[in-house]
Write a protein that binds this ligand. Structure first.
Ligand SMILES: *Cc1c(COP(=O)(O)O)cnc(C)c1O
Length: 392
C-alpha cells in the first residue's frame, strides 16, 4: 500500500489529506484494501454507493450499455436519457430535468435558472440569492459563492455577486436578508458537510410560505440528503412542501458521476431556453443507464422501506451508544444520514475505526458522519456499533 500511496502523493495535487488506506474492491457493504483486509463501509464514498458494491442487476445494466454505446452528446436523443428523465421527474414530482456530471454543476445550473427566471420576469442584473451559514453546495465558483463556509470561500474572492447569508433554521434571519431584489433562497434540507443539521418543520414550511408570498424561488439542494437517504425519495417530501428548483447527485448514479437539476413547469417556462445552458457529457447513455438501474432497483428491492426500518434502528443504537459514552455529546440526523457530535478530534476515531475495519467520515469540525449504503441491515448496524464502542 505504501508504494501506491507514495506514487499518488508524488503526482496528485495536494487538495486532500487522504486516510492511509488503498481500497481495491467492494462487495455488498464491505470494502477490501489491497492487502485483502475487510472494512464495513459506513461512508459509501460520501453517500454515492447507495446500492453498495456489486449489485448484479446494476453492474449488468452498466456492462450491457457499455457494449452498445456510452456517449452520443446532447445533440441527439437516446432511450436511456428519455427513460431516466421520466423516472427522476416521477420520483421527485418535479416537471423538468437537466442532467449534469456532478452536484456542483447541478448547483451552477440551479443558480443560472433562478437568475434567468428573474431576468425574464423583472429584467435587470442585480438579482440576489440568499444562502445559509454552514451550508455546502460544492467547489466551483458559483457553488462556492452560496457555500456558507468562510474558509472555503475567502481565498477565491471575488465570487459571483448578489449572495447574502442567513442562519439555517432561523426564519427571522432569512426575512432580514430579503430585499426587493431577492430572486431565490437556496438551502439543503439536511445540512451534510456543515455538520449534519436537519431543517426544522417550521423552517422548511416557513421558507415555502415566504417564497410564495414574495415571488421568490425556493432552491433545495438534495445532493447528499436526497435519493432515499432520509427515508423519503427526497428529504423535502417529508415536510409537505415542494421546491421550485432542486438539485440531486451523489446516490443518483450508484457510483457513476451524474447529477441533475430539476424544476417546475412554472420556472421552466420563464428560464433556461435553447442556447442558455449545456454540457458535453451530461446525461449520456452510460450514466443514464446507471440512473435507470438505480431507480428500478429502488422500486423492486424496496430500498426506501429498508432505509426507514434500518434508519430507525441505527438512530436507536447510536442514541444508546451516545448515552453510554462520555465523549459523545449528541446524535443528529435522519434515516441513514447520521452524525455523532464528539468532544475528541473526529479524525482520531476515524483512524481507530479504519484500523479495526470500519469506514466512517467526519462533518464540520466535531462530527463523525455516517452515510452507509442504503442496503445495510440491522446486523451491519450492530457490527458497526461494536467497533465504534471499542474505538471510543
Ligand atoms: C457533495 C455535495 C455537493 C457537491 O457535489 P459534487 O458532486 O462534489 O460537486 C453539493 N451539495 C451538497 C449538499 C453536497 O453534499
Amino acid at each position: 500500500m505504501k508504494e501506491i500511496m507514495n506514487k499518488a502523493e508524488e503526482h496528485l495535487l495536494h487538495t486532500y489529506n487522504r486516510f492511509p488506506v488503498v481500497f481495491d474492491r467492494g462487495e455488498g457493504v464491505y470494502l477490501y484494501d489491497t492487502n485483502g483486509k475487510k472494512y464495513l463501509d459506513f461512508a459509501s464514498g460520501i453517500g454515492v454507493m447507495a446500492l453498495g458494491y456489486g449489485n448484479k442487476k446494476y453492474t449488468d445494466a452498466l456492462k450491457s450499455q457499455i457494449d452498445k454505446v456510452t456517449h452520443i452528446s446532447n445533440l441527439y436523443y437516446s432511450k436511456p436519457l428519455a427513460d431516466a428523465a421520466e423516472k427522476i421527474t416521477k420520483l421527485s414530482g418535479m416537471d423538468r430535468v437537466f442532467f449534469t456530471n456532478s452536484g456542483a454543476e447541478g448547483i451552477e445550473g440551479a443558480i443560472k435558472s433562478a437568475r434567468k427566471y428573474a431576468y425574464e420576469k423583472k429584467g435587470g442584473h442585480d438579482h440576489e440569492i440568499i444562502a445559509m451559514i454552514h451550508s455546502f453546495h460544492g467547489r466551483t465558483m458559483g457553488a462556492l459563492a452560496v457555500t456558507g463556509n468562510e474558509g472555503y470561500r475567502e481565498p477565491f474572492l471575488p465570487l459571483i455577486g448578489g449572495i447574502k447569508f442567513a442562519t439555517f433554521n432561523d426564519l427571522d434571519s432569512v426575512k432580514a436578508q430579503i430585499t426587493p431584489k431577492t430572486c431565490a433562497i437556496i438551502t439543503e434540507t439536511l445540512q451534510g458537510e456543515g455538520g449534519i443539521y436537519p431543517a426544522t418543520d417550521e423552517f422548511m414550511k416557513g421558507l415555502r410560505a415566504l417564497c410564495d408570498e414574495k415571488d421568490i424561488l425556493l432552491i433545495i439542494d438534495e445532493v447528499q440528503c436526497g435519493m432515499g437517504r432520509t427515508g423519503y425519495p427526497y428529504a423535502w417530501q417529508e415536510y409537505g412542501i415542494k421546491p421550485d428548483i432542486m438539485i440531486t447527485a451523489k446516490g443518483l448514479g450508484g457510483g457513476v458521476p451524474v447529477g441533475a437539476f430539476l424544476m417546475t413547469e412554472k420556472v421552466a417556462e420563464m428560464s433556461l431556453k435553447a442556447g442558455d445552458h449545456g454540457t458535453t457529457y451530461g446525461g449520456n447513455p452510460f450514466v443514464c443507464a446507471a440512473v435507470n438501474a438505480v431507480l428500478d432497483i429502488f422500486e423492486e428491492e424496496k430500498i426506501i422501506d429498508n432505509v426507514k426500518t434500518v434508519g430507525a434502528y441505527l438512530e436507536e443504537q447510536l442514541d444508546k451508544l451516545s448515552s453510554e459514552t462520555a465523549s459523545i455529546v449528541t446524535r443528529r440526523g435522519k434515516g441513514l444520514m447520521q452524525g455523532l457530535v464528539v468532544t475528541c478530534p473526529p479524525k482520531d476515531i476515524i483512524n481507530k475505526a479504519l484500523e479495526k475495519g470500519l469506514v466512517v467520515i467526519s462533518a464540520g469540525s466535531d462530527v463523525i458522519r455516517m452515510l452507509p449504503p442504503l442496503v445495510i441491515t440491522k446486523e451491519n448496524v450492530d457490527e458497526m456499533i461494536g467497533i465504534l464502542r471499542e474505538c471510543f
